[in-house]
Design a protein around this ligand. Structure first.
Ligand code: 6R9
Length: 698
C-alpha cells in the first residue's frame, strides 16, 4: 500500500510537470522555437519538435508519452510483458513478471525480470532478424582508421561469423557460465565475439583496449576466463598500438598471481601489424584467421534463463578496486532494445552511428545489443574521430548517410574548438537525430551541436544513464518533449527517478539533491561479481529503499532534470569514469611517492581533468623527470586516459586532526578558487595550505 501510494504520488508529480505545447503549459514564460525554424540561442531555450518530426515519431506528443509512462508505472508487469512478447522466447516467463527487493532492511537486495523465461539474446539479434527477412540488410558497416578501408556484414553474414566463433569456443571447452575476456579495438570481431559468447551462454567481459596490462591483469584475475580474445595491434590516428604486447604482459602478471590463461585467440589486424612482427607463445596463442574460418557457419543456440548472466563489465567506483557490474539476459535485452527504439525514434530506414567503444557500457548497449535487436545498420569506426582531420566524423556521416549520430560532449567540445568549417564542408543532410552521453553537456556545446552539426533540424537526445543501469534512464523522446539545452529532460518508461536530501527524504518540485531511483527496471544490474555485499553497500544502503546513482541532480520548475555530476569520488574525464582512488593508488605505488590525493577539475574539452597532489618520500627532490615518471606509472597501471593533467607537488596535504585529507580544500586549490577555501582552522597544520598555493604553478 505504501508502495502504491508512492507510485500515485509519483504519477501526480509527472503529470503536473507535463509541459506539452497543447496541454496545461507551465512553460509559457519561456521563449520557444520549433525545430528547424531558428537557431537555439540563449534567449529561446526551449525547442519544440516540428510537426513533421513529431507526426512520424513513435511517441508523437507529450500526451502520448504520459499515457505510456503512466501505464509503465502503474502496471510495470503488463507494460514490459507486452514489449517482451515481441522477442523470441523458447519458453515464456512465469506468472511473476518481476521480483524486487530494494530495501536492505527486508533482506538481500534482489532484482529479477522475466524469471523462468527461456531465451537467447544472440538469437534475438541475429536469427530472429534473418528469419524476419532482414538477412540481406547490412548489420555492420566497418570503417577503418585509414580513409578508404572499410567492410560490411549483412545480418546473414554476421550470423555466420558469430556461429563460427561460437563453434570454436565450444570446441576449446568454453561453456555456459564461463568467462571470456575480450581485449579488442573497434573491429567487427568485437561485436562478433560478444554475440558468439552470448550464443553459447558464456559471459563476456570486454576490457576497453586502452587499459594497461596491469588493469587487464586485475580483471583477468578477478573473473578467471577460459580464453582471452584480442588482436595483434591497432592503428588509432597515426599511432600503432601493440595490443598483443599488453596482453602478453597481463598474462604473465596473472600467471604470477596464480591464474594461467590457457588460450589467447588473436586476430591478425594486418593494416596495423603483420604476423611476423607479433610476439607469439606457442601452445597458448592462436591466430583467429587460422582456425575460425574452418568452423561451420551454423551453431545451435544455448537457451538460457532470463536471469542467467550475459556479461560482466568492470567500472570505477570510489575505492581502488574496479567493480564487476553483472547484467543478466532477459531484462537487459528488452530494456536496451526498447530504449534504443524510443530515445532515438529508430526506424528501419535509419543508419546509426554511436562513436563509443564497445569497451564501455555505451558500446555494449548501444553499439551492439540495442541496435542489433532492432535490426539496425550500425557503423563501427576503428579510428580516432579527428583523424586525418577534424572533419572525419562528418565525412563518415556523408559516406554512410548516417541518420542517427550518438556521441559524447567531450568530442562535441573538441570539434567545436576546431572550427565550423570542418563541419560545414560536408552536407550532413542525412542526419535526423543526435545523441549525447557520458557527462552533462554544457548548454554552449549543446547549441553548437544543435545549430551547426544538426542545422537546427535534429533533436538531441541527451541520455542520462550508467554502466549499472544497463540502458537510458532519463532521456528526451525526440518527438514528444520540447528540449532545453543541457537538460536530460524526463524519465524513460518504467523509471521513477527521485531527488532526495542527505537524509534520504524525497524532495518535490523545484529542487536539487541526490539522484536515486525507486523500483527496479528491466535493465538494472543484478550484482557486483563476487561481491554482493559491496553492491548493497554502494548502491542501496546510502538511501534505504532506493537505488543511489552517485550523481547530483536538480529539477527545475518545469520538471526538467539537470544532472550536475558525481557526488562521490568518481570523476568523469572525457566521459570515462575514473575513481580518484584508482589514480591515487597508482601514484603511491611509485617508489618515490609517499602520498597522493586526486581531485577533478573543470576542463574545457574533457569535461573534467585529473589533478593530482603528491607528497614525496623524505629527501626526494621534485623534478621534471620525477613528474614524467609519475605520469608513466599511472599510464602503465590504468591506461593513458587516466594520466593526470596536472601533478602538484605538495610538501604536505591538508588534513583534519583525525588524519582525513580535506578534499574540499584541495578542489578549491586545484581550481584556483583561492578566495573560497573556507574554514581551514580545523586543519592539523593550516600552514600547508599556504605552501600548496605557493607551489601551485611549479
Ligand atoms: C553511460 C555512461 C556513468 C556516469 C553517470 C554520470 C555521467 C552519463 C550523462 C551523465 C550527465 C548525461 N553521465 N551520461 N551525466 N548527463 N547524459 O556513461 O556510463 O561510464 O557508467 O558513467 O556518467 O555521472 O553517473 P558510465
Amino acid at each position: 500500500d505504501n508502495k502504491k501510494m508512492r507510485t500515485e504520488n509519483h504519477l501526480r508529480h509527472v503529470e503536473s510537470m507535463a509541459t506539452m505545447p497543447s496541454g496545461a503549459c507551465n512553460i509559457s514564460h519561456l521563449n520557444a522555437v520549433i525545430l528547424g525554424d531558428a537557431l537555439a540561442t540563449e534567449e529561446n531555450d526551449l525547442i519544440f519538435p516540428s510537426h513533421d518530426f513529431s507526426s512520424q515519431a513513435h511517441v508523437p506528443s507529450t500526451d502520448k508519452y504520459l499515457e505510456m509512462y503512466k501505464r509503465s508505472i502503474e502496471d510495470p508487469a503488463g507494460f514490459w510483458s507486452d514489449i517482451a512478447s515481441q522477442f523470441h522466447w523458447r519458453q515464456k516467463w512465469g506468472d511473476q513478471v518481476y521480483f524486487e527487493n530494494l530495501d536492505v532492511s527486508k533482506g538481500p537486495i534482489k532484482i529479477e525480470w522475466f524469471k523462468g523465461g527461456i531465451t537467447n539474446i544472440s538469437y534475438n539479434c541475429l536469427d530472429r532478424n534473418v528469419e524476419a527477412g532482414l538477412g540481406n540488410n547490412v548489420a555492420l558497416y566497418w570503417e577503418g582508421n585509414e580513409p578508404g578501408f572499410d567492410a560490411t556484414l549483412t545480418y546473414t553474414q554476421l550470423l555466420h561469423s558469430v556461429c563460427q566463433l561460437a563453434n570454436y569456443l565450444k570446441d576449446i571447452g568454453v561453456g555456459k557460465g564461463d568467462a571470456v575476456v575480450v581485449y579488442l579495438p573497434m573491429l567487427m570481431e568485437l561485436p562478433i565475439t560478444m554475440l558468439a559468447c552470448a550464443r553459447i551462454a558464456a559471459v563476456h567481459s570486454v576490457v576497453f583496449a586502452g587499459f594497461s596490462a596491469e588493469s587487464l591483469a586485475q580483471r583477468i584475475i578477478d573473473c578467471k576466463p577460459k580464453v582471452v580474445i584480442t588482436c595483434n595491434a591497432v592503428k588509432r590516428g597515426s599511432k600503432v598500438i601493440n595490443l598483443k604486447d599488453i596482453v602478453d604482459a597481463a598474462l604473465v602478471e596473472s600467471a604470477q598471481s596464480g591464474f594461467s590463461v590457457e588460450a589467447c585467440l588473436t586476430y591478425e589486424n594486418q593494416s596495423a601489424m603483420t604476423r611476423e612482427n607479433t610476439k607469439w607463445k606457442e601452445g597458448r596463442d592462436i591466430w583467429w584467421q587460422d582456425v575460425i574460418p574452418k568452423y561451420p557457419t551454423n551453431c545451435a543456440v544455448e537457451w538460457v534463463d532470463a536471469e542467467d548472466p550475459l556479461f560482466l563489465l568492470y567500472t570505477s567506483g570510489s575505492t581502488g578496486k574496479p567493480k564487476g557490474v553483472l547484467h543478466t539476459t532477459g531484462g537487459y535485452m528488452v530494456y536496451t532494445a526498447t530504449t534504443f527504439k524510443y530515445a532515438f525514434d529508430y526506424k528501419p530506414s535509419d543508419v546509426y552511428w554511436c562513436t563509443a567503444d564497445c569497451g564501455w557500457i555505451t558500446g555494449h548497449s548501444y553499439v551492439t545489443y540495442g541496435p542489433l535487436l532492432n535490426g539496425a545498420s550500425v557503423i563501427i569506426y576503428e579510428g580516432a574521430p579527428n583523424y586525418p582531420n577534424p572533419g572525419r566524423c562528418w565525412d563518415i556521416v556523408d559516406k554512410y548517410k548516417v541518420t542517427i549520430f550518438y556521441t559524447a560532449p567531450t568530442l562535441v567540445r573538441s570539434l567545436m574548438r576546431d572550427g565550423d568549417e570542418y563541419v560545414t564542408r560536408y552536407t550532413r543532410k542525412s542526419l535526423r537525430v543526435l545523441g549525447s552521453v557520458g557527462e552533462p553537456i554544457n548548454p554552449s556545446a549543446w547549441r553548437w551541436f544543435f545549430n551547426i552539426v544538426g542545422e537546427s533540424r535534429c533533436p538531441i537526445s541527451d541520455t542520462w544513464w550508467q554502466t549499472e543501469t544497463g540502458g537510458f534512464m532519463i532521456t528526451p523522446l525526440p518527438g514528444a518533449w520540447p528540449q532545453k539545452p543541457g537538460s536530460a529532460t524526463f524519465p524513460f518508461f518504467g523509471v521513477q527517478p527521485v531527488i532526495v536530501d542527505e537524509k534520504g527524504v524525497e524532495i518535490e518540485g523545484e529542487c536539487s539533491g541526490y539522484l536515486c531511483v525507486k523500483s527496479s527496471w528491466p535493465g538494472a544490474f543484478r550484482t557486483l561479481y563476487g561481491d554482493h555485499e559491496r553492491y548493497e553497500t554502494t548502491y542501496f544502503k546510502p538511501f534505504t529503499g532506493y537505488y543511489f546513482s552517485g550523481d547530483g541532480c536538480s529539477r527545475d520548475k518545469d520538471g526538467y532534470h539537470w544532472l550536475t555530476g558525481r557526488v562521490d569520488d568518481v570523476i568523469n574525464v572525457s566521459g570515462h569514469r575514473i575513481g580518484t582512488a584508482e589514480v591515487e593508488s597508482a601514484l603511491v605505488s611509485h617508489p618515490q611517492c609517499a602520498e597522493a590525493a586526486v581531485v577533478g577539475v573543470e576542463h574545457e574539452v574533457k569535461g573534467q581533468g585529473i589533478y593530482a597532489f603528491v607528497t614525496l618520500v623524505q629527501g626526494v627532490p621534485y623534478s621534471e623527470e620525477l613528474r614524467k615518471s609519475l605520469m608513466l606509472t599511472v599510464r602503465n597501471q590504468i591506461g593513458a586516459f587516466a594520466a593526470p593533467d596536472k601533478i602538484h607537488w605538495a610538501p604536505g596535504l591538508p588534513k583534519t586532526r583525525s588524519g582525513k585529507i580535506m578534499r574540499r580544500i584541495l578542489r578549491k586549490i586545484a581550481s584556483r578558487q583561492l578566495d573560497e577555501l573556507g574554514d581551514t582552522s580545523t586543519l592539523s597544520d593550516p600552514n600547508v595550505v599556504d605552501q600548496l598555493i605557493a607551489l601551485a604553478d611549479c
